[in-house]
Design a protein around this ligand. Structure first.
Ligand code: SAH
Length: 251
Protein backbone atom coordinates (compact mmCIF):
# COMPACT_ATOMS: atom_id res chain seq x y z
CA UNK A 1 0.00 0.00 0.00
CA UNK A 2 1.40 3.43 -0.86
CA UNK A 3 1.78 6.23 1.66
CA UNK A 4 -0.95 8.49 0.28
CA UNK A 5 -3.54 5.67 0.35
CA UNK A 6 -2.44 4.80 3.88
CA UNK A 7 -2.84 8.41 5.07
CA UNK A 8 -6.25 8.80 3.41
CA UNK A 9 -7.48 5.50 4.91
CA UNK A 10 -6.11 6.37 8.35
CA UNK A 11 -7.32 9.99 8.49
CA UNK A 12 -10.36 9.93 6.21
CA UNK A 13 -12.91 8.61 8.74
CA UNK A 14 -11.84 11.25 11.29
CA UNK A 15 -13.53 14.53 12.07
CA UNK A 16 -10.21 16.32 11.81
CA UNK A 17 -6.90 15.54 10.12
CA UNK A 18 -4.68 17.57 12.44
CA UNK A 19 -4.56 18.87 16.02
CA UNK A 20 -7.37 21.27 16.90
CA UNK A 21 -10.83 21.66 18.43
CA UNK A 22 -14.14 23.34 17.68
CA UNK A 23 -13.45 25.49 20.73
CA UNK A 24 -10.10 26.66 19.26
CA UNK A 25 -11.84 27.55 15.98
CA UNK A 26 -14.40 29.56 17.98
CA UNK A 27 -11.63 31.28 19.92
CA UNK A 28 -9.97 32.30 16.64
CA UNK A 29 -13.32 33.57 15.34
CA UNK A 30 -13.63 35.70 18.49
CA UNK A 31 -10.11 37.12 17.95
CA UNK A 32 -10.92 37.86 14.31
CA UNK A 33 -13.75 40.24 15.17
CA UNK A 34 -15.77 38.79 12.26
CA UNK A 35 -19.49 39.35 12.79
CA UNK A 36 -22.02 36.76 11.58
CA UNK A 37 -23.43 37.50 8.13
CA UNK A 38 -24.60 35.44 5.15
CA UNK A 39 -22.60 37.87 2.98
CA UNK A 40 -19.24 36.83 4.51
CA UNK A 41 -17.02 34.97 2.04
CA UNK A 42 -14.50 32.66 3.69
CA UNK A 43 -12.03 30.20 2.17
CA UNK A 44 -10.81 27.19 4.16
CA UNK A 45 -7.52 26.07 2.61
CA UNK A 46 -6.57 22.42 3.19
CA UNK A 47 -9.99 21.77 4.74
CA UNK A 48 -9.70 17.97 5.17
CA UNK A 49 -13.09 16.54 6.16
CA UNK A 50 -14.26 19.98 7.25
CA UNK A 51 -13.41 20.49 10.93
CA UNK A 52 -13.14 24.26 10.70
CA UNK A 53 -15.34 24.82 7.61
CA UNK A 54 -18.38 23.46 9.46
CA UNK A 55 -17.76 25.59 12.56
CA UNK A 56 -17.27 28.73 10.43
CA UNK A 57 -20.53 28.11 8.57
CA UNK A 58 -22.45 27.35 11.77
CA UNK A 59 -21.06 30.21 13.87
CA UNK A 60 -20.92 32.95 11.25
CA UNK A 61 -23.55 31.87 8.72
CA UNK A 62 -20.78 32.57 6.19
CA UNK A 63 -20.45 31.28 2.66
CA UNK A 64 -17.48 28.91 3.04
CA UNK A 65 -15.49 27.56 0.10
CA UNK A 66 -13.43 24.66 1.41
CA UNK A 67 -10.57 23.46 -0.77
CA UNK A 68 -8.43 20.35 -0.56
CA UNK A 69 -6.53 18.12 -2.98
CA UNK A 70 -7.99 14.92 -1.55
CA UNK A 71 -11.36 13.93 -3.09
CA UNK A 72 -12.10 11.36 -0.35
CA UNK A 73 -11.86 14.09 2.29
CA UNK A 74 -14.10 16.39 0.23
CA UNK A 75 -16.72 13.63 -0.13
CA UNK A 76 -16.84 13.19 3.61
CA UNK A 77 -17.03 16.96 4.08
CA UNK A 78 -20.10 17.02 1.81
CA UNK A 79 -21.75 14.27 3.89
CA UNK A 80 -21.01 16.09 7.14
CA UNK A 81 -22.32 19.40 5.77
CA UNK A 82 -25.54 17.63 4.73
CA UNK A 83 -25.94 16.01 8.13
CA UNK A 84 -25.42 19.40 9.84
CA UNK A 85 -27.87 21.10 7.43
CA UNK A 86 -25.06 23.37 6.27
CA UNK A 87 -24.82 22.13 2.68
CA UNK A 88 -26.08 25.48 1.36
CA UNK A 89 -23.28 27.32 3.23
CA UNK A 90 -20.26 25.03 2.59
CA UNK A 91 -18.90 24.16 -0.86
CA UNK A 92 -16.01 21.74 -1.21
CA UNK A 93 -13.70 22.33 -4.17
CA UNK A 94 -10.85 20.11 -5.33
CA UNK A 95 -8.00 22.61 -5.72
CA UNK A 96 -4.52 23.32 -4.42
CA UNK A 97 -3.64 25.93 -1.83
CA UNK A 98 -0.62 26.84 -3.94
CA UNK A 99 -2.90 28.65 -6.40
CA UNK A 100 -6.40 28.71 -4.90
CA UNK A 101 -9.26 29.53 -7.29
CA UNK A 102 -10.21 32.95 -5.88
CA UNK A 103 -10.21 36.42 -7.38
CA UNK A 104 -7.87 39.01 -5.89
CA UNK A 105 -9.50 41.00 -3.09
CA UNK A 106 -12.55 38.72 -2.95
CA UNK A 107 -12.40 37.13 0.53
CA UNK A 108 -13.39 38.42 3.96
CA UNK A 109 -11.27 35.71 5.57
CA UNK A 110 -8.83 32.94 4.78
CA UNK A 111 -8.84 30.07 7.24
CA UNK A 112 -6.28 27.27 7.31
CA UNK A 113 -5.87 24.91 10.26
CA UNK A 114 -2.94 22.50 10.30
CA UNK A 115 -2.39 22.66 6.55
CA UNK A 116 -0.13 25.60 5.68
CA UNK A 117 2.93 23.37 6.29
CA UNK A 118 2.27 21.96 2.81
CA UNK A 119 3.50 25.29 1.46
CA UNK A 120 5.48 26.47 4.47
CA UNK A 121 4.20 29.23 6.74
CA UNK A 122 6.13 32.14 5.19
CA UNK A 123 5.34 31.08 1.64
CA UNK A 124 1.65 30.50 2.40
CA UNK A 125 0.97 33.83 4.09
CA UNK A 126 2.83 35.65 1.30
CA UNK A 127 0.85 33.93 -1.47
CA UNK A 128 -2.57 34.22 0.10
CA UNK A 129 -2.63 37.94 1.01
CA UNK A 130 -3.79 39.03 -2.45
CA UNK A 131 -7.08 37.11 -2.19
CA UNK A 132 -8.20 39.07 0.89
CA UNK A 133 -10.32 42.19 0.81
CA UNK A 134 -8.70 45.24 2.44
CA UNK A 135 -8.72 44.53 6.18
CA UNK A 136 -9.54 40.86 5.53
CA UNK A 137 -8.69 38.21 8.12
CA UNK A 138 -6.07 35.48 7.95
CA UNK A 139 -6.44 32.70 10.55
CA UNK A 140 -3.82 29.94 10.45
CA UNK A 141 -2.57 27.27 12.79
CA UNK A 142 0.88 25.82 12.29
CA UNK A 143 3.53 23.86 14.15
CA UNK A 144 5.66 26.16 16.37
CA UNK A 145 8.36 25.96 18.98
CA UNK A 146 6.92 27.26 22.25
CA UNK A 147 10.29 28.18 23.81
CA UNK A 148 13.56 29.71 22.54
CA UNK A 149 15.50 26.47 23.30
CA UNK A 150 14.72 22.79 23.25
CA UNK A 151 16.36 19.34 23.57
CA UNK A 152 18.75 18.61 20.69
CA UNK A 153 17.00 15.33 19.82
CA UNK A 154 13.68 17.10 19.42
CA UNK A 155 15.21 19.96 17.43
CA UNK A 156 16.67 17.44 15.02
CA UNK A 157 13.46 15.43 14.67
CA UNK A 158 11.21 18.34 13.74
CA UNK A 159 13.78 20.30 11.77
CA UNK A 160 14.06 17.20 9.55
CA UNK A 161 10.31 16.47 9.34
CA UNK A 162 9.30 20.14 8.93
CA UNK A 163 12.23 22.41 8.07
CA UNK A 164 9.90 25.44 8.10
CA UNK A 165 9.17 25.10 11.83
CA UNK A 166 9.76 28.36 13.75
CA UNK A 167 9.22 29.99 17.12
CA UNK A 168 6.10 32.03 17.82
CA UNK A 169 8.07 35.32 17.50
CA UNK A 170 9.37 34.07 14.10
CA UNK A 171 5.77 33.58 12.96
CA UNK A 172 4.63 36.98 14.20
CA UNK A 173 7.61 38.69 12.51
CA UNK A 174 6.79 36.91 9.23
CA UNK A 175 3.17 38.11 9.43
CA UNK A 176 4.31 41.70 9.97
CA UNK A 177 6.84 41.46 7.15
CA UNK A 178 4.22 40.13 4.72
CA UNK A 179 1.70 42.90 5.38
CA UNK A 180 -0.50 41.66 8.20
CA UNK A 181 -1.31 43.07 11.63
CA UNK A 182 -1.54 40.45 14.38
CA UNK A 183 -4.94 40.36 16.09
CA UNK A 184 -4.13 37.54 18.48
CA UNK A 185 -2.31 34.27 19.05
CA UNK A 186 -2.81 31.20 21.24
CA UNK A 187 -1.22 27.74 21.34
CA UNK A 188 -3.43 24.64 21.00
CA UNK A 189 -3.73 22.80 24.30
CA UNK A 190 -2.79 19.11 24.76
CA UNK A 191 -6.39 17.85 24.36
CA UNK A 192 -6.33 19.21 20.79
CA UNK A 193 -3.49 16.78 20.10
CA UNK A 194 -4.33 13.72 22.19
CA UNK A 195 -8.11 13.45 22.55
CA UNK A 196 -9.03 15.07 19.25
CA UNK A 197 -6.27 13.87 16.94
CA UNK A 198 -3.96 11.11 18.15
CA UNK A 199 -6.43 8.94 20.11
CA UNK A 200 -8.80 8.47 17.14
CA UNK A 201 -5.79 7.57 14.96
CA UNK A 202 -4.43 5.09 17.51
CA UNK A 203 -7.86 3.48 17.67
CA UNK A 204 -7.66 2.75 13.94
CA UNK A 205 -4.21 1.12 13.91
CA UNK A 206 -5.69 -2.32 14.69
CA UNK A 207 -8.30 -1.97 11.92
CA UNK A 208 -5.59 -1.02 9.44
CA UNK A 209 -3.48 -4.03 10.40
CA UNK A 210 -6.50 -6.32 9.99
CA UNK A 211 -7.37 -4.79 6.62
CA UNK A 212 -3.80 -5.31 5.31
CA UNK A 213 -2.54 -8.49 7.00
CA UNK A 214 1.17 -9.12 6.56
CA UNK A 215 1.69 -5.93 4.55
CA UNK A 216 5.14 -4.65 5.52
CA UNK A 217 4.48 -1.09 4.27
CA UNK A 218 1.36 -0.77 6.41
CA UNK A 219 3.22 -2.04 9.47
CA UNK A 220 6.08 0.38 8.84
CA UNK A 221 3.79 3.37 8.36
CA UNK A 222 1.83 2.55 11.53
CA UNK A 223 5.18 2.35 13.32
CA UNK A 224 6.12 5.83 12.03
CA UNK A 225 2.78 7.31 13.16
CA UNK A 226 3.22 5.72 16.60
CA UNK A 227 6.68 7.25 16.90
CA UNK A 228 5.28 10.72 16.17
CA UNK A 229 2.70 10.21 18.93
CA UNK A 230 5.40 9.05 21.36
CA UNK A 231 7.46 12.14 20.58
CA UNK A 232 4.47 14.32 21.43
CA UNK A 233 3.91 12.42 24.69
CA UNK A 234 7.54 12.96 25.66
CA UNK A 235 8.20 16.46 24.33
CA UNK A 236 4.80 18.11 23.94
CA UNK A 237 5.77 20.91 26.34
CA UNK A 238 8.20 22.31 23.75
CA UNK A 239 5.97 22.51 20.71
CA UNK A 240 2.38 22.87 19.62
CA UNK A 241 0.29 24.36 16.89
CA UNK A 242 0.16 28.12 17.27
CA UNK A 243 -3.09 29.70 16.11
CA UNK A 244 -2.43 33.13 14.57
CA UNK A 245 -5.20 35.55 13.68
CA UNK A 246 -4.11 38.57 11.64
CA UNK A 247 -5.63 41.34 9.55
CA UNK A 248 -4.45 42.39 6.10
CA UNK A 249 -2.78 45.78 6.59
CA UNK A 250 -3.48 48.74 4.32
CA UNK A 251 0.11 48.84 3.00
N1 SAH B 1 -7.81 21.62 8.11
C1 SAH B 1 -8.08 20.21 8.34
C2 SAH B 1 -7.07 19.28 7.69
C3 SAH B 1 -5.64 19.41 8.11
S1 SAH B 1 -4.57 18.14 7.42
C4 SAH B 1 -8.18 19.96 9.81
O1 SAH B 1 -7.77 20.82 10.62
O2 SAH B 1 -8.64 18.89 10.19
C5 SAH B 1 -3.87 18.92 5.99
C6 SAH B 1 -4.80 18.90 4.78
O3 SAH B 1 -4.14 19.58 3.70
C7 SAH B 1 -5.15 17.52 4.24
O4 SAH B 1 -6.55 17.42 4.14
C8 SAH B 1 -4.49 17.45 2.87
O5 SAH B 1 -5.21 16.67 1.93
C9 SAH B 1 -4.48 18.91 2.50
N2 SAH B 1 -3.50 19.29 1.47
C10 SAH B 1 -2.25 18.83 1.27
N3 SAH B 1 -1.65 19.48 0.27
C11 SAH B 1 -2.56 20.39 -0.21
C12 SAH B 1 -2.55 21.36 -1.25
N4 SAH B 1 -1.49 21.55 -2.01
N5 SAH B 1 -3.66 22.10 -1.43
C13 SAH B 1 -4.76 21.93 -0.66
N6 SAH B 1 -4.82 21.02 0.34
C14 SAH B 1 -3.74 20.26 0.57
Amino acid sequence: MDRLRFLVDLHGPADRQGPGSDQATRQAIALSGLAPSPALRIADLGCGTGASALVLAAELGAEVTAIDVQPDFLNRLAQRADAARLADRVTGVEASMTAPPFADGSLDAIWSEGAIYNLGFDEGIARWRRYLKPGGILAVSDLCWLTPDRPAELQHLWATAYPGIGTVPDRIAALEREGYVLQGYFPLDPSCWMENYYHPIEARFAEMRTAHPGDADTARMIEAESREIEIYRRYGAWYSYGFFVARKSDL
